[in-house]
Ligand binder design. Structure first.
Ligand SMILES: [Zn+2]
Length: 512
C-alpha cells in the first residue's frame, strides 16, 4: 500500500518562472522526470548535441515550445513534475489561480511505502528546497516572498482531530501501548480462529463455575490448527495438575506442574478428606484460562487488537489510530486517519444486527466521516446490510457520499482491509497526480504505481535472492541497487489468494 502526504504554499509562480524553478531543483534534488522526458524527446526529434551548448539548445527549445503552447491554449505549459528516488517519489504541482482552490500556489508531496524511512522529513526537506528557490526568484524580481508551507487541511482531517479531542488522552495512550504488547498481539492472532474463541469461552465459564476443564489427548497438538500447546505458549491457558480425592471426588489442590506434585508426594502429605496419601489420590491434567485470555475475550478486545495490528502492518502510523473505550453495548470504535482521510471502524464480536447497523450510522454521523467500516465476527443479517446500503444511497442523493464497507467474519479482515485501503490509496494518488497527466502524455499515477509494484514484485519473486555485499560499487548500483533498500520482504498477495483456503489466508495475514 502506498501513502501520500503533501503541503501547500500560497504563491503565484507564473508560467515563465516554472521552467527555471525546475532547472534549479535539478541541481539540488533530482532530475525532474517530466522535464527530462521532454528534453530526451527534443533530442530524438532535433538530434543530440554534446556539451554545454547542447544543454543550452535544449533549454531554448523548451522555452520556445512552452511559449508557443501557452499562446495557443492560454494556460501555463508546465503543470509540475515528478522526482523519483529509490523508495519514494516526490512531486511538485503548480496550482493555477483558476483552480477551485482559494489561491494560486504550489503543492509539494511525497508518495511512499511503509518501508520508506522518515518520509515526512524528506517532504519537509523538499519543501524547504522549493521555498528557497522560490524566494530567490521572487527577490530577484522584487515581489513578495511566499508565506510558507501549510498542511493540506480537509474536512476529513478535522473529523479525526474532532474524534481525538473527544477522547481521554490517558486512555488513548494506554490503549495504543496495550495493543502493541507482543504477547497480546500473538495471543489475539490465535483468537482469529472461531473454535479457539469458543473453546476459551467454554473453559473460562467452566473455570468460574469451579469445574476444571480436563485435557483431552486430541487437543494437545491438533493438526487442524487448534492446539493447547499453542494456546499455552501464547499465554492464553495454563496447564495445571489437579489432585482430587478418590473417595469424595472433591478437588484438593492444583499444582503448576508434575514436578511440584513430586515434591508433595515425597513429603507423604495426606488427603484431608479421607486420610489417604496424596500420592494415591486422583491426578489429572487440566487447563485454566489466563487473565490475558479473559481480557482479550471481553468486549471484543481481541478484535480491536487484530484491527490495530493489521493496520500497523499495512504501514499506518500509530499516531493516526485512535481507539475509543468500548461502548456499553460491547462495540468498539476505532478512528483511523490514512493520508488525511478519516475511517471509522465499528467492531463487534458477534452478528451484525439491524440495531448495530443503526448505531454504526449514528456513530458515523456524529464523527462526520465519509468512510465507515463495520467488522462483525458473526453473521451479517440481510436487514442490517440493506439498512447500511440504503443509508449510503440516501447520503449520496443528498450530495455527501459515504462509503460503507462490511467485513463478515474475521478470517477475511486482513485481506479485505488491505484490498480496500489499497484501492483507496490508488484513487487518492490518481487524484493528486492527475494534474501532471497532460504534461506527461499518460497517467502519472499509473507510472508511479507500476514503479512501486515492480519494486515489490522483484522482492517477492526473488525470495531467496541473496543481496550482494554492501561494499560493491558496480556501475549499475544506482539502478539495480534500488531493491536493496526495501529489504524487509513485502507481502505481495497473488490474485488467486482470494480462492485460497481459510488457513492459508490467515497465514498470509500473519506474514504481512
Ligand atoms: Zn481423599
Amino acid at each position: 500500500m502506498l501513502f501520500t502526504e503533501s503541503k501547500f504554499m500560497s504563491c503565484d509562480v507564473n508560467s515563465s518562472a516554472r521552467l527555471p524553478l525546475l532547472e534549479s531543483l535539478r541541481e539540488k534534488t533530482a532530475s525532474p522526470l517530466i522535464q527530462e522526458m521532454r528534453r530526451r524527446c527534443y533530442e530524438i526529434a532535433f538530434g543530440a548535441e554534446e556539451g554545454a551548448s547542447g544543454k543550452e539548445r535544449l533549454r531554448q527549445l523548451e522555452h520556445a515550445i512552452a511559449e508557443m503552447s501557452e499562446l495557443d491554449k492560454g494556460s501555463p505549459y508546465v503543470q509540475g513534475d515528478l522526482f523519483c528516488f529509490e523508495d519514494h517519489v516526490l512531486f511538485l504541482i503548480f496550482k493555477n489561480s483558476a483552480h477551485n482552490d482559494d489561491a494560486a500556489g504550489i503543492q509539494a508531496g511525497i508518495i511512499y511505502t511503509r518501508q520508506t524511512a522518515q518520509p515526512l522529513r524528506r517532504l519537509d526537506a523538499f519543501c524547504q528546497e522549493v521555498q528557497e528557490r522560490v524566494i530567490c526568484a521572487s527577490l530577484s524580481k522584487q515581489t513578495e516572498a511566499p508565506a510558507g508551507w501549510r498542511r493540506s487541511k480537509t474536512s476529513r482531517t478535522t473529523a479525526f482531530e474532532r474524534f481525538l479531542a473527544k477522547q481521554d488522552i490517558d486512555f488513548l495512550f494506554t490503549a495504543a501501548r496495550r495493543e502493541t504488547a507482543p504477547q497480546r498481539v500473538r495471543a489475539a492472532e490465535l483468537l482469529d480462529d472461531d473454535y479457539t474463541r469458543e473453546f476459551l469461552r467454554r473453559t473460562r465459564e467452566a473455570h468460574l463455575e469451579g469445574c476444571p476443564t480436563k485435557l483431552l489427548k486430541g487437543e494437545v497438538s491438533g493438526e487442524s490448527g487448534f492446539s493447547i500447546d499453542r494456546l499455552s505458549e501464547a499465554g492464553l491457558v495454563l496447564r495445571e495438575v489437579l489432585i482430587s480425592c478418590r473417595t469424595t471426588g472433591h478437588a484438593l489442590f492444583r499444582l503448576p506442574s508434575a514436578d511440584a506434585l513430586a515434591v508433595i508426594t515425597v513429603s507423604n502429605a495426606k488427603c484431608s478428606e479421607c486420610g489417604a496419601l496424596v500420592a494415591d489420590e486422583r491426578v489429572e491434567d487440566v487447563i485454566a484460562p489466563t487473565e490475558l485470555a479473559a481480557a482479550l475475550l471481553q468486549d471484543a478486545a481481541w478484535l480491536i487488537n487484530r484491527i490495530y495490528t493489521i493496520l500497523r502492518r499495512l504501514g499506518v502510523p500509530a499516531a493516526e489510530i485512535a481507539i475509543a473505550p468500548v461502548t456499553n453495548l460491547g462495540e468498539a470504535h476505532v478512528m483511523v486517519n490514512i493520508c488525511g482521510e478519516a475511517f471509522l471502524f465499528v467492531l463487534r464480536d458477534g452478528d451484525l444486527t439491524p440495531a448495530l447497523a443503526r448505531r454504526a450510522i449514528d456513530a458515523e454521523m456524529e464523527a462526520g466521516v465519509a468512510r465507515l467500516v463495520v467488522v462483525a465476527t458473526g453473521r451479517v443479517r440481510d436487514e442490517a446490510r440493506l439498512f447500511l446500503s440504503e443509508h449510503a444511497a440516501r447520503r449520496a442523493r443528498g450530495g455527501t457520499d459515504i462509503e460503507v464497507m462490511i467485513i463478515e467474519g474475521v478470517n477475511a479482515v486482513a485481506s479485505e482491509l488491505r484490498r480496500a485501503l489499497e484501492r483507496f490509496s490508488r484513487d487518492l494518488i490518481a487524484e493528486e497526480l492527475c494534474a501532471l497527466d497532460a504534461n506527461l502524455g499518460f497517467s502519472a499515477s499509473r507510472l508511479v504505481m507500476a514503479r512501486f509494484e515492480m519494486l515489490q514484485t522483484n522482492l517477492t519473486t526473488n525470495a531467496d535472492y541473496v543481496p550482494p555485499p554492501p561494499a560493491t560499487t558496480s556501475p549499475h548500483s544506482s539502478t539495480r541497487g534500488e531493491v536493496k533498500l526495501l529489504l524487509p520482504p513485502l507481502d505481495h498477495e497473488s490474485p488467486d489468494a482470494r480462492s485460497s483456503s481459510v488457513n492459508e489466508r490467515r497465514d498470509l495475514s500473519l506474514s504481512m
